[in-house]
Design a binder for this molecule. Structure first.
Ligand SMILES: [Zn+2]
Length: 384
Protein backbone atom coordinates (compact mmCIF):
# COMPACT_ATOMS: atom_id res chain seq x y z
CA UNK A 1 0.00 0.00 0.00
CA UNK A 2 1.28 3.46 -0.81
CA UNK A 3 1.54 6.40 1.61
CA UNK A 4 -1.18 8.24 -0.25
CA UNK A 5 -4.41 7.54 1.65
CA UNK A 6 -3.00 8.74 4.96
CA UNK A 7 -1.40 11.80 3.37
CA UNK A 8 -4.63 12.72 1.58
CA UNK A 9 -6.70 12.11 4.68
CA UNK A 10 -4.50 14.31 6.88
CA UNK A 11 -4.30 16.99 4.20
CA UNK A 12 -8.08 17.17 3.85
CA UNK A 13 -8.57 17.32 7.60
CA UNK A 14 -6.10 20.19 7.89
CA UNK A 15 -7.68 22.05 4.95
CA UNK A 16 -11.11 21.80 6.58
CA UNK A 17 -9.78 23.01 9.93
CA UNK A 18 -8.02 25.98 8.33
CA UNK A 19 -11.08 26.87 6.26
CA UNK A 20 -13.34 26.71 9.33
CA UNK A 21 -10.89 28.89 11.29
CA UNK A 22 -10.81 31.45 8.47
CA UNK A 23 -14.60 31.47 8.27
CA UNK A 24 -14.82 31.99 12.02
CA UNK A 25 -12.54 35.03 11.84
CA UNK A 26 -14.38 36.51 8.87
CA UNK A 27 -17.76 35.87 10.52
CA UNK A 28 -16.75 37.56 13.76
CA UNK A 29 -15.15 40.51 11.91
CA UNK A 30 -18.25 40.96 9.75
CA UNK A 31 -20.59 40.73 12.74
CA UNK A 32 -18.58 43.30 14.69
CA UNK A 33 -17.69 45.80 11.97
CA UNK A 34 -21.10 45.75 10.25
CA UNK A 35 -22.71 46.84 13.53
CA UNK A 36 -24.92 43.73 13.63
CA UNK A 37 -23.75 43.07 17.18
CA UNK A 38 -25.45 46.37 18.16
CA UNK A 39 -28.52 45.72 15.96
CA UNK A 40 -29.07 42.31 17.51
CA UNK A 41 -28.95 43.80 21.02
CA UNK A 42 -31.43 46.56 20.00
CA UNK A 43 -33.85 44.13 18.34
CA UNK A 44 -33.82 41.85 21.40
CA UNK A 45 -34.31 44.82 23.75
CA UNK A 46 -37.40 45.88 21.79
CA UNK A 47 -38.83 42.36 21.76
CA UNK A 48 -37.99 40.89 25.18
CA UNK A 49 -36.76 43.83 27.27
CA UNK A 50 -33.32 44.76 28.56
CA UNK A 51 -33.11 42.64 31.71
CA UNK A 52 -29.62 41.12 31.77
CA UNK A 53 -30.76 37.63 32.72
CA UNK A 54 -33.23 37.48 29.81
CA UNK A 55 -31.41 39.44 27.13
CA UNK A 56 -27.98 37.80 27.45
CA UNK A 57 -29.07 34.12 27.09
CA UNK A 58 -31.10 35.03 23.99
CA UNK A 59 -28.21 37.03 22.53
CA UNK A 60 -25.81 34.09 23.03
CA UNK A 61 -28.35 31.54 21.81
CA UNK A 62 -28.92 33.40 18.53
CA UNK A 63 -25.17 33.59 17.91
CA UNK A 64 -24.86 29.88 18.79
CA UNK A 65 -27.59 29.00 16.26
CA UNK A 66 -25.94 31.10 13.50
CA UNK A 67 -22.62 29.43 14.38
CA UNK A 68 -24.15 25.96 14.15
CA UNK A 69 -25.78 26.69 10.76
CA UNK A 70 -22.48 28.03 9.36
CA UNK A 71 -20.26 25.31 10.77
CA UNK A 72 -22.44 22.22 10.54
CA UNK A 73 -21.18 21.45 7.00
CA UNK A 74 -17.60 21.42 8.32
CA UNK A 75 -18.52 19.16 11.22
CA UNK A 76 -20.39 16.82 8.85
CA UNK A 77 -17.64 16.61 6.23
CA UNK A 78 -14.82 16.26 8.77
CA UNK A 79 -16.59 14.09 11.32
CA UNK A 80 -18.70 11.89 9.02
CA UNK A 81 -17.99 12.05 5.27
CA UNK A 82 -14.20 12.00 5.50
CA UNK A 83 -14.16 9.26 8.15
CA UNK A 84 -16.37 7.09 5.92
CA UNK A 85 -14.46 7.85 2.75
CA UNK A 86 -11.27 6.59 4.37
CA UNK A 87 -13.07 3.62 5.94
CA UNK A 88 -12.36 4.73 9.49
CA UNK A 89 -15.90 5.17 10.79
CA UNK A 90 -18.43 2.48 11.70
CA UNK A 91 -21.17 4.98 12.49
CA UNK A 92 -24.48 5.28 10.69
CA UNK A 93 -25.52 8.86 9.93
CA UNK A 94 -28.25 9.02 12.59
CA UNK A 95 -25.91 7.70 15.28
CA UNK A 96 -23.29 10.27 14.29
CA UNK A 97 -25.96 12.98 14.30
CA UNK A 98 -27.08 11.95 17.80
CA UNK A 99 -23.49 12.30 19.06
CA UNK A 100 -23.14 15.65 17.28
CA UNK A 101 -26.34 16.98 18.87
CA UNK A 102 -25.24 15.73 22.28
CA UNK A 103 -21.89 17.54 22.07
CA UNK A 104 -23.62 20.63 20.72
CA UNK A 105 -26.07 20.79 23.63
CA UNK A 106 -23.33 20.15 26.20
CA UNK A 107 -21.23 22.87 24.51
CA UNK A 108 -24.14 25.29 24.57
CA UNK A 109 -24.92 24.66 28.25
CA UNK A 110 -21.28 25.01 29.33
CA UNK A 111 -20.66 27.95 27.01
CA UNK A 112 -23.77 29.78 28.16
CA UNK A 113 -22.85 29.20 31.82
CA UNK A 114 -19.31 30.50 31.26
CA UNK A 115 -20.44 33.57 29.29
CA UNK A 116 -23.10 34.46 31.88
CA UNK A 117 -20.43 34.23 34.60
CA UNK A 118 -18.15 36.57 32.65
CA UNK A 119 -20.91 39.14 31.98
CA UNK A 120 -22.16 39.03 35.58
CA UNK A 121 -18.62 39.88 36.72
CA UNK A 122 -18.35 42.54 34.02
CA UNK A 123 -21.47 44.19 35.47
CA UNK A 124 -20.27 43.89 39.08
CA UNK A 125 -16.62 44.84 38.50
CA UNK A 126 -16.24 46.94 35.33
CA UNK A 127 -12.50 47.36 36.03
CA UNK A 128 -11.19 44.22 37.74
CA UNK A 129 -13.60 41.77 36.12
CA UNK A 130 -11.01 39.94 34.01
CA UNK A 131 -8.97 38.24 36.74
CA UNK A 132 -12.09 37.41 38.74
CA UNK A 133 -13.63 35.86 35.60
CA UNK A 134 -10.34 34.00 35.04
CA UNK A 135 -10.49 32.48 38.52
CA UNK A 136 -14.17 31.48 38.24
CA UNK A 137 -13.77 29.96 34.75
CA UNK A 138 -10.65 28.13 35.88
CA UNK A 139 -12.46 26.58 38.85
CA UNK A 140 -15.24 25.42 36.48
CA UNK A 141 -12.59 24.02 34.11
CA UNK A 142 -10.81 22.08 36.88
CA UNK A 143 -14.19 20.75 38.04
CA UNK A 144 -14.89 19.57 34.47
CA UNK A 145 -11.49 17.90 34.11
CA UNK A 146 -12.07 16.09 37.39
CA UNK A 147 -15.62 14.96 36.75
CA UNK A 148 -15.72 14.52 32.97
CA UNK A 149 -14.74 10.82 33.29
CA UNK A 150 -17.77 10.27 35.54
CA UNK A 151 -20.42 12.41 33.84
CA UNK A 152 -19.39 13.52 30.33
CA UNK A 153 -17.48 10.62 28.73
CA UNK A 154 -20.17 8.02 29.58
CA UNK A 155 -22.59 10.07 27.43
CA UNK A 156 -20.57 8.99 24.38
CA UNK A 157 -19.01 5.62 25.32
CA UNK A 158 -19.69 2.73 27.65
CA UNK A 159 -16.93 2.18 30.21
CA UNK A 160 -16.18 -0.87 32.32
CA UNK A 161 -13.21 -1.86 34.47
CA UNK A 162 -10.56 -3.75 32.48
CA UNK A 163 -11.73 -7.37 32.21
CA UNK A 164 -8.47 -9.13 31.36
CA UNK A 165 -7.11 -10.29 34.75
CA UNK A 166 -3.61 -11.13 33.48
CA UNK A 167 -3.26 -7.70 31.88
CA UNK A 168 -4.68 -6.05 34.99
CA UNK A 169 -2.02 -7.73 37.16
CA UNK A 170 0.73 -6.71 34.77
CA UNK A 171 -0.48 -3.11 34.93
CA UNK A 172 -0.57 -3.24 38.74
CA UNK A 173 2.98 -4.53 38.71
CA UNK A 174 4.23 -1.77 36.39
CA UNK A 175 2.49 0.97 38.41
CA UNK A 176 4.24 -0.34 41.52
CA UNK A 177 7.64 -0.48 39.82
CA UNK A 178 7.21 3.01 38.42
CA UNK A 179 5.88 4.40 41.68
CA UNK A 180 2.78 5.79 39.99
CA UNK A 181 -0.70 5.40 41.33
CA UNK A 182 -3.89 5.62 39.28
CA UNK A 183 -7.38 4.86 40.54
CA UNK A 184 -8.38 2.43 37.83
CA UNK A 185 -7.99 1.06 34.32
CA UNK A 186 -11.10 1.03 32.14
CA UNK A 187 -11.96 -0.25 28.68
CA UNK A 188 -14.50 1.44 26.43
CA UNK A 189 -16.42 0.53 23.28
CA UNK A 190 -14.56 2.68 20.76
CA UNK A 191 -14.91 0.00 18.04
CA UNK A 192 -18.67 0.66 17.92
CA UNK A 193 -17.91 4.06 16.36
CA UNK A 194 -14.53 3.99 14.68
CA UNK A 195 -11.70 1.80 13.48
CA UNK A 196 -9.23 4.28 15.01
CA UNK A 197 -7.52 3.16 18.19
CA UNK A 198 -6.80 5.26 21.25
CA UNK A 199 -5.95 5.39 24.94
CA UNK A 200 -5.79 8.20 27.48
CA UNK A 201 -5.25 9.11 31.07
CA UNK A 202 -8.01 11.36 32.41
CA UNK A 203 -9.44 12.79 35.61
CA UNK A 204 -7.78 14.23 38.70
CA UNK A 205 -7.12 12.69 42.10
CA UNK A 206 -9.87 10.21 42.92
CA UNK A 207 -11.13 10.17 39.30
CA UNK A 208 -7.70 9.65 37.72
CA UNK A 209 -7.93 6.62 35.42
CA UNK A 210 -6.44 5.05 32.33
CA UNK A 211 -8.85 4.49 29.44
CA UNK A 212 -8.12 1.84 26.83
CA UNK A 213 -10.14 1.40 23.63
CA UNK A 214 -11.58 -2.10 23.13
CA UNK A 215 -10.07 -2.29 19.63
CA UNK A 216 -6.66 -1.55 21.14
CA UNK A 217 -7.15 -4.49 23.50
CA UNK A 218 -8.23 -6.83 20.70
CA UNK A 219 -5.72 -5.83 18.00
CA UNK A 220 -2.55 -5.34 20.04
CA UNK A 221 -0.33 -7.84 21.84
CA UNK A 222 0.02 -7.69 25.60
CA UNK A 223 3.54 -6.23 25.32
CA UNK A 224 2.26 -3.53 22.98
CA UNK A 225 -0.64 -2.71 25.31
CA UNK A 226 1.85 -2.46 28.19
CA UNK A 227 3.84 0.08 26.14
CA UNK A 228 0.63 2.11 25.74
CA UNK A 229 -0.22 1.87 29.45
CA UNK A 230 3.34 2.85 30.43
CA UNK A 231 3.11 5.87 28.12
CA UNK A 232 -0.13 6.98 29.84
CA UNK A 233 1.48 6.41 33.24
CA UNK A 234 4.31 8.65 32.05
CA UNK A 235 1.80 11.49 31.60
CA UNK A 236 0.67 10.91 35.18
CA UNK A 237 4.18 10.59 36.64
CA UNK A 238 5.28 13.86 35.02
CA UNK A 239 2.02 15.60 36.10
CA UNK A 240 1.23 16.67 32.54
CA UNK A 241 -2.47 17.12 33.21
CA UNK A 242 -1.82 19.43 36.17
CA UNK A 243 0.82 21.37 34.21
CA UNK A 244 -1.64 21.68 31.30
CA UNK A 245 -4.33 23.02 33.64
CA UNK A 246 -1.95 25.72 34.94
CA UNK A 247 -0.78 26.63 31.45
CA UNK A 248 -4.42 27.03 30.37
CA UNK A 249 -5.04 29.25 33.39
CA UNK A 250 -2.26 31.60 32.29
CA UNK A 251 -3.65 31.69 28.74
CA UNK A 252 -7.15 32.33 30.07
CA UNK A 253 -5.97 35.29 32.18
CA UNK A 254 -3.99 36.65 29.25
CA UNK A 255 -6.96 36.45 26.84
CA UNK A 256 -9.36 37.97 29.38
CA UNK A 257 -6.94 40.85 30.03
CA UNK A 258 -6.56 41.37 26.27
CA UNK A 259 -10.38 41.38 26.00
CA UNK A 260 -10.57 44.03 28.70
CA UNK A 261 -8.07 46.22 26.82
CA UNK A 262 -9.86 45.65 23.50
CA UNK A 263 -13.24 46.63 24.99
CA UNK A 264 -11.80 49.73 26.67
CA UNK A 265 -9.88 50.93 23.60
CA UNK A 266 -12.70 50.34 21.11
CA UNK A 267 -15.76 51.29 23.20
CA UNK A 268 -16.28 54.62 21.43
CA UNK A 269 -15.64 53.23 17.96
CA UNK A 270 -18.10 50.33 18.33
CA UNK A 271 -20.52 52.41 20.45
CA UNK A 272 -20.65 50.00 23.38
CA UNK A 273 -22.80 51.39 26.20
CA UNK A 274 -20.60 49.82 28.89
CA UNK A 275 -18.07 46.98 29.19
CA UNK A 276 -21.00 44.72 30.21
CA UNK A 277 -22.93 45.50 27.00
CA UNK A 278 -23.77 42.14 25.32
CA UNK A 279 -22.71 43.72 22.02
CA UNK A 280 -19.09 43.30 23.22
CA UNK A 281 -19.42 39.53 22.96
CA UNK A 282 -18.16 39.16 19.34
CA UNK A 283 -15.11 41.26 20.31
CA UNK A 284 -14.28 38.96 23.25
CA UNK A 285 -14.82 35.92 20.99
CA UNK A 286 -12.47 37.44 18.40
CA UNK A 287 -9.76 38.10 21.02
CA UNK A 288 -10.00 34.47 22.19
CA UNK A 289 -9.90 33.13 18.61
CA UNK A 290 -6.88 35.24 17.64
CA UNK A 291 -5.15 34.44 20.97
CA UNK A 292 -5.69 30.67 20.62
CA UNK A 293 -4.35 30.74 17.06
CA UNK A 294 -1.28 32.78 18.02
CA UNK A 295 -0.48 30.50 20.94
CA UNK A 296 -1.18 27.28 19.02
CA UNK A 297 2.50 26.64 18.10
CA UNK A 298 3.55 27.19 21.74
CA UNK A 299 0.74 24.99 23.08
CA UNK A 300 1.63 22.25 20.58
CA UNK A 301 5.36 22.51 21.36
CA UNK A 302 4.57 21.97 25.06
CA UNK A 303 2.25 19.05 24.26
CA UNK A 304 4.89 17.43 22.02
CA UNK A 305 7.46 17.75 24.79
CA UNK A 306 4.99 16.04 27.16
CA UNK A 307 4.64 13.19 24.64
CA UNK A 308 8.40 12.79 24.38
CA UNK A 309 8.72 12.64 28.19
CA UNK A 310 5.99 10.00 28.34
CA UNK A 311 7.58 7.97 25.53
CA UNK A 312 10.91 7.99 27.41
CA UNK A 313 9.15 6.99 30.61
CA UNK A 314 7.41 4.10 28.79
CA UNK A 315 10.66 2.91 27.24
CA UNK A 316 12.56 3.07 30.54
CA UNK A 317 9.79 1.40 32.53
CA UNK A 318 8.89 -1.46 30.19
CA UNK A 319 12.45 -1.93 28.89
CA UNK A 320 10.89 -3.31 25.72
CA UNK A 321 11.62 -0.88 22.86
CA UNK A 322 10.73 -3.53 20.25
CA UNK A 323 7.15 -3.71 21.61
CA UNK A 324 6.99 0.10 21.68
CA UNK A 325 8.05 0.25 18.03
CA UNK A 326 5.57 -2.36 16.82
CA UNK A 327 2.84 -0.66 18.91
CA UNK A 328 3.62 2.70 17.32
CA UNK A 329 3.65 1.23 13.81
CA UNK A 330 0.35 -0.58 14.31
CA UNK A 331 -1.22 2.52 15.81
CA UNK A 332 -0.03 4.58 12.87
CA UNK A 333 -1.53 2.19 10.36
CA UNK A 334 -4.86 1.86 12.15
CA UNK A 335 -5.31 5.61 12.64
CA UNK A 336 -4.26 6.60 9.14
CA UNK A 337 -2.02 9.45 10.25
CA UNK A 338 1.04 10.75 8.46
CA UNK A 339 4.48 9.28 9.21
CA UNK A 340 6.58 12.36 8.58
CA UNK A 341 4.57 15.55 8.11
CA UNK A 342 6.21 18.72 6.76
CA UNK A 343 8.27 20.23 9.64
CA UNK A 344 6.32 23.51 9.50
CA UNK A 345 2.97 21.69 9.58
CA UNK A 346 4.19 19.59 12.50
CA UNK A 347 5.49 22.67 14.35
CA UNK A 348 2.23 24.60 13.91
CA UNK A 349 -0.52 22.01 14.16
CA UNK A 350 0.65 18.72 15.68
CA UNK A 351 0.21 17.95 19.35
CA UNK A 352 2.24 14.71 19.02
CA UNK A 353 5.70 14.18 17.50
CA UNK A 354 5.58 12.32 14.18
CA UNK A 355 5.54 8.52 14.35
CA UNK A 356 8.90 8.50 12.60
CA UNK A 357 10.47 10.52 15.42
CA UNK A 358 8.81 8.42 18.12
CA UNK A 359 10.02 5.21 16.52
CA UNK A 360 13.51 6.73 16.15
CA UNK A 361 13.52 7.51 19.88
CA UNK A 362 12.59 3.90 20.68
CA UNK A 363 15.26 2.62 18.28
CA UNK A 364 17.89 4.55 20.23
CA UNK A 365 16.98 2.36 23.23
CA UNK A 366 17.56 -0.79 21.15
CA UNK A 367 21.24 -0.24 20.71
CA UNK A 368 23.46 -0.18 17.62
CA UNK A 369 22.70 -3.71 16.38
CA UNK A 370 19.05 -2.93 15.75
CA UNK A 371 17.63 -3.63 12.29
CA UNK A 372 14.20 -2.25 11.40
CA UNK A 373 11.21 -4.57 11.53
CA UNK A 374 10.13 -6.02 8.20
CA UNK A 375 6.60 -6.76 9.28
CA UNK A 376 5.64 -3.09 9.53
CA UNK A 377 7.76 -1.30 6.95
CA UNK A 378 5.36 1.60 6.75
CA UNK A 379 4.39 4.15 9.37
CA UNK A 380 1.46 6.38 8.70
CA UNK A 381 1.05 8.34 11.93
CA UNK A 382 0.01 7.91 15.51
CA UNK A 383 -1.88 9.27 18.47
CA UNK A 384 -2.17 8.53 22.24
ZN1 LIG B 1 0.44 10.75 25.17
Amino acid sequence: MSHKPSKDYQKRKLELTLLATLLEFLGLFAFLFSGWNIHLRNILENRIGSHFLILSPFYILIIAIIHEVLFFPFAFIKGYRLEHRYHLSNQKFLVWMKDHLKSMIIGWILGLGAILCVYSLLRLYPVGWWWRAGLVLWVIYVFLVKFAPLFLFPLFFKFKPLQDEILKNKILEITKTAGVHVKGVYEFDMSRKTKSVNAAITGLGSTCRILLADNLLSHFTQEEIMAVVAHELGHHKHRHLVKGIFFNFILLLLFLFASEMAIRESADYFQFRSPADMATFPLIALVFSIGSLLFLPITNAILRSFERHSDRFALETTRNPAAFISMMEKLSNENLAEDSPHPIIEFLFHSHPSAKKRVALAQSYLGPIFTPSREHPEIRGQSL
